[in-house]
Design a protein around this ligand. Structure first.
Ligand SMILES: [Zn+2]
Length: 411
């Protein structure tokens, strides 16, 4: 690993890139899931961390959040900044040294970190019905809560894999005792929790906003997932596709003395949020045009508030061949290209067809607050649309739509 980074090195990278930092791909394996093989990683590299670590099914974007995996490598989950064609320092270190000039003074003063990240999530099958703790719950184990959001990029979803449906929440009328009984049945095989939930068909080009403490069993589409910078979770389903889910994956982010307290584990769910009879109305997202011009359109893909707070948001920018645009945003963002090629500021943008593990790409960038506010010029130099996804931190886009607004606007 390179030597410790200095403020001067970060400043010089910012100057050289005119406030835009090139990032290296950050791959993350999960031992309890089966990779879906749709996020461009070369097939011979799916088990590059070692088969015992599980296959690589996630790529994290502009991340300063460590992946909470057992046996993790030292920098697992962290994005590296590429300078002169080499991995030079982590975005985490850069924010630690020059936080205000990267993410803006206001966000840095409030959080002392880049408090969000996004990932591609790519699995062969569904994953267990689980929730992410709230801030209050996560603080008991020294962590932060995690609201998250989904967008299913059409470019990565030619194939839906085994189960392109997501269970959300619990059927209205379900009682806490029903779910306590599911937890009692943990070691009898499938504990039957999905009998108390319903699944929604996932449609490429749409998304969902999921608050903490709300159960979800994500289906098998490739998902772009802007979320809070935390890796806490609790799985309430004991078996998925014939594979056993260890009890420890339910309890790992709850206080130790509560690990066998079934009532406590069920009380940890946001009950009203889970049994909401209008669940889709309150969580489903369709793209909404934010801005458009000659040969380009910028759409909101993730928006809406969680318990009244704007925590993250995301946009999809599409530029026709030969077109260009200058886009001004109110805050820093992490960006990834999903189709086409061109330029972002002075940098090349190139969507890769296949990436070897450890290889660098030109599809991912971090744009500082100052550069975003000044405006970033994108040019499509290719013969197909240039499509990028970018996500923002908290309180950057108070004017963003609310969940449900797609019903009253045209897309
Ligand atoms: Zn989740």
């Amino acid at each position: 690993m390179p030597a410790a980074v200095t403020p001067a090195a970060v400043k010089s990278a910012l100057d050289a890139g005119a406030g835009i930092l090139r990032l290296a791909p950050t791959w993350v394996p999960r031992s309890f899931l089966m990779p879906g093989r749709r996020i461009k990683l070369a097939p011979q590299d799916i088990y590059a961390f070692g088969a015992h670590r599980g296959g690589i099914d996630e790529r994290w974007f502009a991340s300063t959040t460590p992946a909470a995996n057992e046996n993790r490598t030292e920098d697992e989950g962290l994005s590296w900044v590429v300078v002169d064609g080499k991995k030079a320092f982590t975005l985490l270190d850069a924010v630690g040294l020059e936080g205000a000039s990267l993410i803006g003074k206001e966000m840095y003063d409030k959080y002392q970190r880049w408090p969000v990240y996004s990932k591609f999530f790519d699995n062969l099958g569904p994953i267990p019905h689980h929730m992410h703790q709230s801030d209050e719950q996560a603080s008991l184990v020294g962590q932060q809560g995690k609201p998250e959001s989904y967008y299913f990029p059409p470019q990565l979803n030619n194939l839906g894999n085994h189960f392109p449906y997501t269970f959300f929440g619990l059927e209205p009328g379900t009682t806490k005792q029903d779910i306590v009984r599911c937890l009692e049945r943990w070691n009898e095989g499938d504990n039957g929790i999905l009998n108390f939930s319903k699944a929604y068909r996932l449609q490429p080009g749409t998304g969902w906003l999921v608050p903490p403490c709300v159960l979800h069993a994500p289906g098998s589409l490739v998902t772009y997932e802007p979320q809070w910078g935390s890796d806490v979770f609790a799985m309430y389903q004991s078996m998925v596709e014939g594979r056993y889910v260890p009890w420890s994956l339910l309890t790992k982010d709850f206080p130790k003395e509560r690990h066998q307290d079934l009532q406590y584990l069920v009380d940890a769910l946001d009950w009203e949020g889970n049994v909401d009879p209008h669940f889709k109305d309150h969580h489903y997202l369709e793209p909404i045009v934010a801005e458009q011009g000659d040969g380009w359109v910028d759409r909101w893909i993730v928006y809406g508030k969680v318990k009244g707070k704007e925590l993250f948001s995301a946009k999809e920018l599409t530029i026709s061949p030969g077109a260009r645009c200058t886009i001004k945003d109110r805050g820093a963002y992490g960006l990834v290209a999903v189709q086409g090629c061109g330029k972002i500021g002075k940098h090349h943008l190139q969507t890769p067809a296949m990436i070897r593990f450890g290889e660098l790409t030109e599809d991912e960038y971090f744009v500082t607050e100052a550069a975003a506010r000044q405006g970033v010029t994108f040019v499509n130099t290719g013969s197909e649309p240039l499509v990028t996804l970018r996500y923002f931190g908290p309180d950057v886009n108070p004017h963003a739509p609310n969940v449900g607004d797609h019903k009253k606007t045209s897309t």
